[in-house]
Write a protein that binds this ligand. Structure first.
Ligand SMILES: [Fe+2]
Length: 427
């Protein structure tokens, strides 16, 4: 078979993605000459020794025929389930295998852009999530990565799937039928990001208007592609389409608000924001869980649902109390110094650009010059170099001389790495 058929007929698999005593699919490898040869046939064994041997030869990927896609996915599911229920594995190893397998499953759907069978394959994982949450809650909770971690779309989706399960169980009870839908909805909520180029998703600098448009389309892209898959409930499509909406109508893609925003979308929205903020991004480090919860509190109740947020706060606090080692301590991250990022539809992210001078006046009379960088009806972003306490009250004086009372919210960095101050206007 010629090398030109590789991308059309096979999908790549990292060599350590799976180890099986009884493979359900064929594994191929690519020789230096470019020819594709059968490496292991379905029904034979592939183990860690094979993996090491391939690594020593500089081989990082094997290839599975596209026609064996579903067998591969079923094997990954079984691999994850067996690991979670294997008492001889350490918690760390068990957690790693389940998270990696789920992540690879999602990645497989995203890279092939084919969603046939997603409700069955990831539905099995969602059912297991519900079962594990009901019967082994504290062990299941370890599947939520609360440590210092990078943001990757697929690992984020695993975290949101786990988080939606925990939050759904907290609000509705672990046995509630909605919990399964919440797990599955969380696992696939960002599927539409396959339509956004990685260089845009991971861009360090400020996004252009076109790039923003691309990102803001991912909920609709995901919902559109998932509509054709039988077996997905309206609730899952709703979570995919509406997880970036806000209660005040300033979210996207539809700007729906208030009672029009379902409980499922509110749950997904809270977990999504939490995981996006605890993860490291190319333009900033990760933020520890308790700091993130404090930052999110600023967006309750106008953006985030108060009851859903409160339940999530309890879930996070319980996990940290049970095992304080799960959280990392921010090192070079100044408390409250980073605002909600570009993935989150904060009013600032949608703000109006402007460059007018203004004066920040502290309660002790100290005056600090700044330049207004962005403004919305409730927040101002100011280019200025100064330190404020969180919620410190100030007056902002514009060039017209008018004074506006405001409260310091947080510090953030602009795309050039310069310090910006975010103030919330007093209502
Ligand atoms: Fe999203």
């Amino acid at each position: 078979m010629g090398v030109r058929n590789l991308n059309a007929e096979f999908f790549p698999l990292p060599i350590d993605a799976i180890q099986c005593p009884d493979l359900r699919f064929d594994l191929y490898l690519v020789h230096q000459s470019g020819s594709i040869v059968l490496y292991r046939k379905c029904g034979t064994e592939y183990d860690s020794g094979d993996c090491e041997e391939l690594r020593s030869r500089g081989i990082t990927h094997l290839y599975v025929p596209n026609v064996q896609h579903q067998q591969f996915q079923a094997a990954l599911c079984e691999h994850a389930c067996a690991a979670f229920e294997n008492p001889s594995l350490s918690r760390q190893e068990r957690t790693r295998i389940v998270r990696d397998s789920c992540s690879k499953l999602i990645e497989n759907f995203m890279s092939t852009k084919r969603v046939e069978g997603i409700s069955d394959t990831l539905g099995v994982m969602a059912s297991k999530f519900g079962e594990w949450c009901a019967n082994h809650k504290s062990e299941f909770a370890y599947l939520l990565d609360m440590s210092e971690h990078d943001f990757y779309t697929t690992t984020h989706m695993v975290n949101v799937g786990v988080g939606c399960t925990l939050l759904g169980a907290e609000i509705l009870g672990a046995d509630h039928e909605m919990v399964h839908e919440l797990s599955l909805g969380g696992l696939i909520h960002d599927l539409g990001k396959f339509g956004v180029p990685p260089e845009v998703l991971n861009k360090e600098g400020k996004l252009t208007d076109d790039e923003w448009d691309m990102i803001r389309k991912h909920p609709e892209t995901g919902a559109t592609i998932l509509k054709v898959e039988r077996g997905l409930s309206p609730m899952i499509l709703d979570m995919t389409l509406h997880h970036h909406e806000r209660l005040d109508g300033k979210g996207y893609p539809e700007g729906i608000k208030g009672d029009d925003l379902s409980l499922a979308a509110r749950i997904c929205g809270v977990v999504d924001v939490y995981d996006a903020l605890t993860s490291a991004r190319p333009y900033r480090g990760p933020i520890p869980p308790r700091e993130v919860v404090e930052m999110m509190r600023e967006d309750v109740p106008h953006a985030l649902d108060a009851q859903v947020f409160s339940a999530w706060e309890q879930v996070v606090e319980r996990m940290l109390n049970e095992d304080p080692d799960r959280s990392f301590v921010g090192s070079d991250v100044e408390p409250g110094c980073l605002s909600m990022d570009a993935m989150i539809p904060s009013p600032i992210a949608q703000g109006v650009k402007c460059e007018t001078q203004l004066m920040i006046i502290r309660s002790n009379g100290q005056r600090i010059e700044g330049t207004l960088a962005e403004s919305t009806s409730c927040e101002l972003v100011v280019d200025a170099n100064a330190t404020f306490d969180t919620r410190e009250k100030v007056e902002l004086q514009g060039i017209d001389g008018k004074m506006k009372p405001a409260q310091f919210k947080c510090k953030r960095l602009n795309s050039q790495g310069a310090s910006q101050l975010v103030f919330r206007l007093a209502s």
